[in-house]
Design a protein around this ligand. Structure first.
Ligand code: ADP
Ligand code: GLC
Length: 488
């Protein structure tokens, strides 16, 4: 099949969270399964400097955007195995210090920036010489694509336009703008209604995607069920229930080429189940790096996260206040809300020998925390999939997770399966429940045989992308009508 993927983040070019990891790996592994894959993403600052392999592509964009025409260029990086990454170059829109916001405030022209991106995707989808079998878009930033394609199919002569799939990585981010911004689509008002791109009187990019894509996926089976309920639906549960027959959950995979403990440029002490000593060396190095006393016997907890409400930061802060008096240490790498950044910095100042905090985004340190910790905390309020708990399992680090979304689908608690337990789960969203889970971890830490069994179970668990790529191939086949066998 010839597949086009569109996403506002793709690892290793741009990343603010798991979306980048997921789309980067999806492209790579679907291509490895023998398909032709084109990934389209914006050309942000520094990408060309970091990747000299990216070259100009012979393509000019000149697209209507409200009452103006906006021009852009395209760059491309080709890989041998049928994979090409296309970068949309529009300097005014994408050459900025961050992807979506500055100092915690969204860029005021995000509607224009991502409407232009979506139009560029459609332009490539329509006019590239090889027709695409499926266009698969990710999150609100690309969610106008299915509607733009349908419009061209119905009104602008694109009769064999490809079917579309929308993957929702996080329903909490919808791309909601005042209704006047609908003008950036240059579409007739017919699509702006409560069954289309309108949500509660506003212009809603993700709702347009939900309404007009042929299939909708989310990144775990449990989250696919959750988002059709009022509690998790972020106001779109009604729209999602209407499309229930077209909605399914596919658990993300882990790119084990990168997330591994043996041949990893970010780790100084490779380890495996057979030679596990490297993990302790990683722990000592991490304690030093985070300014904590280096002691292999103190249980070390860690977290790598966007500091957003979703991630359960408030109960984590509360539980740490309660638990840091115990014999334990905690390290955090994160960035996001200024209020949470300050709260963690204060916590570290109050417990200098117990709590180490780094505010910022640091790929290398994220690997070292996964490797060096004994336990990894993910007390999310909701979690569409979550990748860090899966990385933890592979790194022999025991995840402590709340029972929600992909966390529930990927971690096994002892109460579910005594033999296969690999993590600690708790259900109630409260400081008390998380503190209790941390206490369970401290007890587990003292039972070295059981601790080892948990680790072995985790390391052996397989979230390889082969399985996820196969699941998406199935999704694509559902969309592409079976071709008539050629008559001989
Ligand atoms: P989400 O996408 O909701 O943030 P995921 O668990 O799916 O959550 O993915 C988060 C990804 O972003 C992981 O690869 C994680 O290591 C990375 N990450 C998050 N915060 C940071 C940070 N401050 N520095 C480096 N990597 C980070
Ligand atoms: C989103 C979700 C996260 C998921 C990631 C990749 O950022 O918050 O749970 O793992 O997308 O799909």
């Amino acid at each position: 099949m010839n597949i086009l993927l569109a996403s506002s983040e793709v690892h290793p070019y741009s990343k603010s969270g798991g979306l980048a990891d997921m789309v980067g790996a999806l492209g790579k592994f679907v291509a490895r399964h023998g398909h032709h894959v084109s990934v389209v993403t914006p050309l942000y600052s520094n990408i060309l400097e970091r990747f000299p392999e990216i070259k100009p592509f012979d393509w000019k964009l000149d697209l209507p955007l409200g009452n103006q025409y906006v021009q852009g260029n395209v760059y491309a990086r080709h890989f041998e195995d049928q994979l090409t990454i296309y970068f949309i170059d529009q300097k005014h829109f994408y050459q900025r210090t961050a992807l979506y916001s500055d100092k915690g405030v969204d860029y005021p022209d995000n509607a224009e920036r991502f409407a232009f991106f979506s139009k560029a995707v459609v332009n490539l989808a329509r006019y590239m010489p090889e027709p695409f079998d499926v266009v698969h878009v990710h999150d609100w930033q690309a969610a106008l694509v299915p509607l733009l394609i349908l419009n061209q199919k119905w009104h602008e002569g694109w009769h064999n336009a490809p079917p579309t799939c929308l993957t929702i990585h996080n329903l909490a981010y919808q791309g909601i703008f005042p209704k006047e911004k609908y003008a950036v689509t240059n579409l007739s008002a017919d699509f702006f209604n409560p069954n289309g791109a309108e949500g509660y009187g506003m212009f809603n990019f993700l709702k347009a995607g939900i309404s007009y894509s042929d299939l909708i996926t989310t990144v775990s089976p449990r989250y696919a069920r959750e988002i059709t309920t009022e509690q998790f639906g972020c106001g779109l549960d009604g729209a999602l229930r209407q499309r229930q027959n077209a909605l399914l959950g596919v658990l993300n995979g882990v790119d084990y080429d990168e997330w591994q403990t043996i041949d990893n440029p970010h780790l100084d002490h490779p380890y495996s189940l057979k030679k596990f000593a490297g993990k302790e060396a990683e722990k000592l190095a991490l304690q030093k790096e985070m300014g904590l006393p280096a002691d292999p016997d103190i249980p070390l907890f860690g977290s790598v996260t966007r500091l957003a409400e979703q991630k359960g930061v408030d109960i984590q802060l509360g539980a740490l206040e309660e638990m840091l008096a115990a014999n334990m240490q905690f390290v955090l790498l994160g960035s996001g809300s200024k209020e949470y950044e300050r709260a963690y910095t204060k916590l570290a100042a109050r417990y200098p020998t117990k709590c180490g905090v780094k505010i910022g985004f640091d790929q290398g340190l994220s690997h070292r925390i996964e490797a060096g910790c004994d336990f990894f905390l993910m007390p999310s309020r909701f979690e569409p999939c979550g990748l860090n708990q899966m990385y933890s399992l592979r790194y022999g680090t025991i995840p402590i997770v709340r029972v929600t979304g992909g966390l529930d689908d990927s971690v096994t608690d002892i109460s579910e399966n005594e033999e296969k337990a690999d993590g600690i789960k708790f259900t109630e969203y409260s400081v008390r429940s998380l503190a209790k889970a941390i206490r369970k971890a401290l007890v587990l830490y003292d039972d070295k045989r059981l601790l080892r069994r948990y680790r072995i179970n985790g390391v052996k668990k397989d979230f390889s992308w082969d399985r996820t790529a196969k699941a998406y191939e199935k999704v694509y086949r559902r969309l592409v009508p079976a071709r008539e066998p050629a008559l001989v």
